[in-house]
Design a protein around this ligand. Structure first.
Ligand SMILES: [Fe+2]
Length: 199
């Protein structure tokens, strides 16, 4: 299936009908953040970044699950031939390329766990993986927010894990990398971030 706006929007629409929840609004803000930051970077396509953002949590279509949503998203995209989007469905949760840094539950079979472990260790990340990792932390269902607000939101829901601080540090490092490229704060590119952060 062609990787374009129409097909991706349709996929997201069906997924949100299959498992309605705040994840779809979060997803839309992640995608917009990806697009706005990509627009200011050389060699990153705005449209591709937007579509990868829209698809990163598409595995939620299958219901309320934990790390299984990463694999469901991966399979969903692979079935359509969207290989890079499939990678991002897994990589967005692993800013550190080690399966042990996960904060979720592996509600998958042993075989599936081993597949994910190898996949995460061997994936070659590019700007799109890093952009979605960053933007996933810049968006609540209500809008854009301070990274640190999303960190606390996720930690309250998922609990504190041994890798929590290292994950935060990695995201802050990724932000710095993009800010060097765009020559401004990422927050300058996120309309309503102040209002929503202080909500
Ligand atoms: Fe997300």
């Amino acid at each position: 299936m062609e990787f374009n706006r129409q097909n991706v929007e349709q996929a997201l629409k069906e997924a949100s009908e299959s498992n309605p929840g705040p994840w779809t609004e979060h997803t839309r803000y992640v995608a917009k953040a990806c697009r706005n930051i990509a627009a200011r970077c050389d060699n990153i396509s705005e449209e591709q970044a937007y579509l990868f953002g829209l698809l990163h949590d598409i595995g939620r279509y299958a219901g309320v699950t934990s790390e299984k949503h990463l694999l469901d998203g991966y399979r969903f995209c692979m079935e359509r031939g969207w290989e890079k989007a499939a990678q991002i469905c897994i990589s967005h949760a692993f800013m550190i390329q080690d399966i042990g840094t996960s904060i979720g539950k592996f509600d998958v079979s042993n075989e599936e766990y081993l597949f994910m472990k190898e996949f995460v260790a061997n994936a070659v990340y590019d700007d799109y993986d890093r952009l979605v990792q960053l933007c996933d932390s810049l968006a609540l269902p209500t809008g854009f927010c301070l990274l640190e607000k999303r960190f606390v939101d996720v930690t309250i829901r998922y609990g504190v894990h041994p890798a929590t601080i290292d994950r935060w540090k990695k995201i802050l490092e990724i932000r710095e990398g993009f800010e060097k490229r765009i020559g401004c704060s990422v927050y300058d590119l996120l309309p309503g971030v102040v209002e929503n952060s202080f909500l």
